[in-house]
Design a protein around this ligand. Structure first.
Ligand code: AMP
Length: 391
């Protein structure tokens, strides 16, 4: 048996073990907080000194593609996980050789590339928006004619928060869209525009032994392509909620996921579900689980990679998660320091989470608030009344 196969034999990591995280952002921080409470130790690799994760765990300060630093992370950890999907392929291969990486590198390879990802989702028997690979401006012209406008041109790799995409609203934009996105020097994909009624997400977890659990569906509202609200329960029928959860579990099974998989979906007015994209890690739209579910997405991820039985995902209370961007920090801290009359009147409990980032840059994700309430309307009213999120 090769060294790698030997290393990747499934085993159970009991509390007391050290979990190495590639990446030191807020997702790693919240993973380390949840796992520390269970008795695990954490070490993160991140280039930023005193990173969000580094503030609550040990940290190796180095670039993500620094092979020597990754080797040190492997040496000091019993198991390795990651908090972002754009892990360098060489580093992923080296970690597989030197350490135990129960999530493997195949899922990363799949989710790093939109075309591979769409093919894998379809192979699992789940629908995505109709798409075509685009290799030339002629192919783009043909595809736009076939799909009609609007349609969405995307880079197959490297895009996030709406970057690396262009909504083509008329045939006159084809050349410019092609030229602009081609600069990224990666494959392009054209998608039919889905006239969705709502955007949803479901986070599912799978353990190495194949146990699968899904969290309740979140209804997501974006502003300027950045997640603003996650509303749970999503305002869709119970049947559609079950269907979305089933799709996420089918993807977790079909792709052989270990750990978390976040599945972003569109739902049309007719109740049709299309998967938009996947993320093989904790997801911003799952932060609501921290207080609103029996088990948080972060604890669930730790359970899955350590091969423990998965936790109960039941929802304990209606909740709205609202993201705290740079411009929201000051007014929110001011609100935190006084009696919140609106919260009292509306009977909501806003739970603040901040990630320890130093510079409150405009639009930068600095934290989130989980607004626990008797119903969604009360939570939304609180967000509206604070006026903090008007900017
Ligand atoms: P993405 O980077 O793929 O998550 O896309 C960012 C946002 O663009 C999504 O949250 C949607 O609001 C919108 N979008 C992306 N693809 C499509 C599509 N095929 N049809 C309609 N809207 C889309």
């Amino acid at each position: 048996m090769s060294n790698e196969a030997d290393k990747q034999q499934v085993h159970t990591l009991l509390p007391g073990s050290t979990i190495g995280i590639l990446g030191g952002g807020q997702l790693g921080r919240m993973m380390a907080n949840a796992g520390s409470a269970m008795g695990y130790r954490f070490i993160a690799l991140d280039p930023v000194v005193d990173s969000p994760t580094g503030q609550v765990a040990e940290q190796i300060v180095a670039a993500y593609d620094d092979r020597e630093a990754a080797r040190e992370l492997a040496k000091r950890s019993d198991v390795i996980t990651y908090e972002f999907e754009n892990v360098d392929a060489d580093v992923a291969a080296m970690l597989m050789e030197e350490s135990y990486v129960p999530q493997g590198s195949k899922l990363l390879h799949t989710t790093q590339h939109r075309l591979r990802e769409k093919q894998a989702i379809e192979a699992a028997g789940v629908r995505v928006a109709p798409y075509r690979e685009i290799r030339s401006v002629e192919e783009l012209r043909e595809a736009v004619a076939a799909f009609g406008t609007p349609c969405v041109l995307k880079t197959a790799m490297g895009g996030y928060d709406g970057k690396g995409q262009w909504v083509i609203r008329s045939a006159g934009e084809i050349e410019e869209a092609y030229e602009t996105l081609s600069r990224a020097k990666v494959q392009l994909v054209l998608e039919q525009f889905i006239r969705f009624d709502k955007e949803l997400s479901v986070i599912a977890a799978r353990s190495p032994q194949g146990e699968i659990k899904a969290f309740p569906v979140a209804e997501n509202i974006h502003v300027d392509n950045i997640l603003h609200l996650s509303i749970v329960p999503a305002r869709i029928s119970a049947e559609l909620q079950r269907e979305a959860e089933r799709l996420a579990m089918r993807i977790a099974e079909g792709l052989g996921v270990v750990g978390l998989i976040a599945v972003e979906l569109f739902v049309t007015a007719e109740g049709e579900l299309f998967v938009n994209e996947l993320a093989p890690r904790p997801h911003n739209s799952g932060h609501y689980t921290m207080e609103a579910c029996r088990t948080s997405q972060f604890e669930q991820h730790v359970r899955a990679v350590c091969n423990l039985p998965l936790g109960d995902t039941a929802l304990l209370t209606p909740v709205v998660m609202v993201n705290v961007l740079g411009q929201h920090v000051e007014p929110l801290l001011e609100l935190t320091s006084r009696q919140d009359e609106a919260a009292k009147r509306l009977k909501v409990a806003p739970k603040l989470h901040l990630y320890g980032k130093k510079e409150a840059v405009y639009k930068r994700k600095m934290g989130h608030v989980n607004v626990l309430a008797e119903n969604i309307d009360a939570a939304l009213s609180w967000i509206e009344e604070t006026t903090i999120w008007k900017v």
